[in-house]
Design a binder for this molecule. Structure first.
Ligand code: G3D
Length: 172
């Protein structure tokens, strides 16, 4: 990697377990060596969108036991990407609570939120509107938020989503 992690805006990837975060990160960073932060053990990699634009992506997991360590990432975080499995409506209430909890953190105040409605390749996956309703996104009035459908498995919708995140970071 030609650029150090610290120079690119830091984007934190969150979501419940099985939402597809690792699949997404490895799909986006294909051909790159994925690093694991030795101190904390999370996956990190730099996504190059064009010659001038890169983002450092941190996959900080979703498992309950990891949640206490989320706080280490929030200080420098410039955008939050929250990944949900849109084929699992039953887990939306749990996802809504996890999102609400993390966005309640003072350090994330005002930063843009991108919700990725992942697994759109599966039949009967929730629409963008359904995901935004179930996560109660309308209640977040103090930040820009957006929902994009994607398939980490098939590599659909990812590039657009991260280009959009990068634009929002530049604006904010
Ligand atoms: P996590 O890192 O958020 O815990 P993973 O999630 O990336 O490990 O993905 C969990 C499972 O969902 C994996 O299946 C993975 O292949 C699958 N998955 C991830 N993204 C997609 C997608 O866009 N479409 C479909 N159909 N499946 C996806 P396994 O079977 O390995 O558990």
């Amino acid at each position: 990697m030609g650029q150090s992690h610290s120079s690119a805006p830091q984007v934190v990837l969150m979501g419940l377990d099985s939402a597809g975060k690792s699949t997404l990160l490895s799909r986006l960073l294909t051909g790159q060596v994925m690093e694991t932060s030795p101190t904390i053990g999370f996956n990190v990699g730099t996504l190059y969108l064009d010659k001038k634009t890169s983002l450092t992506l941190w996959d900080i997991g979703g498992q309950k036991r990891m949640r206490p360590s989320w706080k280490f990432f929030l200080d420098d975080c410039e955008a939050l990407v929250f990944v949900v499995d849109s084929s699992e409506p039953a887990r939306m209430p749990e996802a809504r609570k996890a999102l609400q909890k993390v966005l309640g953190d003072e350090r994330l105040r005002g930063i843009p939120l991108m919700v990725l409605a992942n697994k759109k390749d599966l039949p009967h996956s929730l629409t963008i509107r359904e995901v935004s309703n179930q996560l109660d996104l309308q209640s977040y009035k103090d930040r820009l938020w957006e929902v994009q459908a994607c398939s980490a498995l098939k590599g659909l919708g990812l590039q657009q989503a991260f280009v959009s995140i990068s634009k929002r970071i530049k604006k904010s």
